[in-house]
Ligand binder design. Structure first.
Ligand code: BJW
Ligand code: ZN
Length: 243
């Protein structure tokens, strides 16, 4: 059984790194990028999650984020998020890398989450670059304005064509290169450079475990495949002992 072999690999590892994606929040009711048909009001993520899309129509892009913020605000962490948070608390040498902007890992109690694609709960000013937390579920008068300088605010997330926060990516890279086990959960692994961490872990000697109900772009490089929802599989994989 791949689950037993994967559990043994985790139990024997000194360093574990995990890369998560939208699928880990699916059981919390947050739609993945591909699950809502890939479209919102006829637009794809590739149209909306770009600096060009924002420059073309900031109000429209903000409305999309507002819609997603309201879904994320209603969501609660699921057993997959909690299994990772519990594992982190009883391990040394554990690194959680996420592509998600929803904040559910943090709400489950995961310490030190490396957020490769930023946070939907933060804004950044286009004029003075000030970054601030904004936890409002709905923001009135979109696009919002900076309280300090009056400039236009944008979501503090990473769009296509933008560079990931270098210090966060460097930490993710270091953890990927140093780990004995690399776990990839709930991501289609279609977006780079996050997805590139998976073959990198494999080529630097880590045992790679994939948790996903579907085959993905990296399924051919992983050593153990656990097909199923992360809310079911991660507690089985990471709990101190089964039942
Ligand atoms: C379940 C489940 C359950 C369902 N349990 N699982 C190399 C090759 C080709 C292209 C590039 C490359 N390097 C860079 C690029 C360009 C580009 C890119 O990757 N494009 C691809 C489309 C090909 N990358 C970039 O532009 C990045 N920047 C960059 O590289 O900078 C350097 C540079 C700059 C300029 C020029 C050249 C280089 C930036 C990428 C930023 C991505 N941003 C987004 C939006 C974030 C903000 C927001 O949320 O709005 O990040 S796009 C979107 O995709 C979001 C996600 O984090 C990301 C990944 O999606 P994810 O998480 O995998 O979700 P899904 O929906 O795809 O998959 C869900 C999975 O869950 C599925 O597999 C399901 O089966 C599974 N699932 N239920 C477990 N219950
Ligand atoms: Zn400002």
């Amino acid at each position: 059984m791949d689950l037993e072999a994967a559990r043994k690999a985790v139990a024997g590892a000194k360093r574990v790194a995990v890369l998560t994606g939208a699928g880990i929040s699916a059981e919390s009711g947050v739609p993945t990028f591909r699950s809502w048909g890939g479209l919102w009001r006829g637009f794809s993520a590739e149209d909306l999650a770009t600096p060009e899309g924002f420059a073309r129509d900031p109000k429209q892009v903000w409305e999309w984020y507002d819609w997603r913020r309201s879904q994320m605000a209603e969501a609660s962490p699921n057993p997959g998020h909690y299994a990772l948070a519990d594992f982190a608390k009883r391990s040394t040498g554990f690194t959680l890398i996420t592509q998600n902007v929803d904040g559910l890992h943090e709400r489950a109690g995961s310490p030190d989450v490396l957020r490769l694609h930023g946070s939907i709960w933060h804004t950044r000013c286009l004029t003075c670059a000030k970054e601030e937390e904004d936890r409002r579920e709905r923001i009135p008068d979109l696009p919002p304005k900076c309280q300090s300088c009056g400039g236009m605010l944008r979501p503090a997330v990473v769009w296509f064509g933008e560079v990931l926060p270098p210090e966060v990516f460097d930490q993710a890279l270091a953890a990927t290169l140093a780990c004995d086990v690399f776990l990839v959960a709930g991501t289609s692994a279609a977006v780079h450079p996050a997805a590139s961490l998976v073959p990198l872990a494999a080529s630097s000697g880590a045992t790679v475990i994939e948790v996903n109900p579907e085959e993905t772009d990296v399924s051919d490089v992983v050593h153990h495949t656990l097909r199923g929802p992360s809310g079911v599989i991660l507690p089985q994989l990471l709990s101190p002992r089964l039942g």
